[in-house]
Design a protein around this ligand. Sequence first.
Ligand SMILES: *[C@@H]1O[C@H](CO)[C@@H](O)[C@H](O)[C@H]1NC(C)=O
Ligand SMILES: CC(=O)N[C@H]1CO[C@H](CO)[C@@H](O)[C@@H]1O
Length: 254
Amino acid sequence: MSELLLLNPFTGEQVALPSVITIQHVKAIFDESGTIHKYQLSYYTEEKVYKAPENHTLKDLRQHFYYKAFVFPEQSTGSYIVVLIHNPHSELSFARPGDDKWTWLPPNTRYRDCAYMNSLLYVLTSVGEIHAFDLTGSTITRTVIMTQVKHYIYESMYLISAPWGDLLQVWRIVDNRNDVEHDEDEDATPLLYITHKILVYKVDMVAKELVKINSLPCHMLFLGHNLSFCLNAADHPQLEAIMPTTLMITKNWL
Ligand SMILES: *[C@@H]1O[C@H](CO)[C@@H](O)[C@H](O)[C@H]1NC(C)=O
Ligand SMILES: CC(=O)N[C@H]1CO[C@H](CO)[C@@H](O)[C@@H]1O
C-alpha cells in the first residue's frame, strides 16, 4: 500500500511504477508464507549512516518516505520520467514507465524541488544549490549550476521553469497562524499558513548567481507542495480572476 501508481484523473487510466522495494533505502520483510508484510527503511546517505533501519507496516511506510513526486515528459524518449524526493534525507530517485527498478541519484541530500528543462533535470537543495542531471544517456551526469546561497533557507522553496526559458528560484516566507484552533488530530486538520513575502529570482546560469525579479508582468505563478509552475496570462484568460489571498496547506513539508 506504499506502492506508487500514475493516475490520469481525467481518463482514470493507471500505470504501475516500479515497486517501492526497488528504491535504494527500502527492503521487503517477508512472513513465513513468503508474503511481504513489512518494509525496512534504512537511514543512510552515500556519505553516512544516520541510524539503524526501522520497520514499517505496508500502509505506514509512505508517511515516512515520500516527500514529492514529479512527472516530466521526456522528448528524447517520447515517454516521461517520474522523479521522487524521498527520505531518509530528501534524496532523489527516478524511473521511467517500464523500468524494473528506481534509480537512486546520490550523493546529495536535502532536495526541495525539481524542474525539467531542455532534457535536463534541475534540482534545488535547502541551501539554494541547483544541480542539473542529464538522465538521457547510459551514464548519468550531474553538473553544479549554483552553489550554496545561504546557510539554511527556512523559507518554502520552489524551482520553476519559466515559459520564456529561464529557470526561477522562488522563496516563500510563511507563518503558521497560531490563533486558529486545531483538532487534537493534527493530520486531519489543515493548518492555516499566511504568506508574508514571495521572493522571485532568475537563475543566471552563466554568472552562477541569483538575480532578483521584482515583478512578473503578464505571468501567473502557481506555488504549492506539488509541481509549481509559471504561465503566460495571455495564454490562459480563463484564469485571470484567480486571486488567492490566504493559502491552506497541509502540515507536512511546507
Ligand atoms: C525488523 O524486522 C526484521 C525481520 O523481522 C527483524 O530482524 C529486525 O529486528 C526488525 N527491526 C526492528 C528495528 O524492529
Ligand atoms: C496531485 C497531487 O499530488 N496532489 C497533492 C498536492 O499536495 C497536497 C498537499 O500535500 C496533497 O494533498 C495532494 O494530494
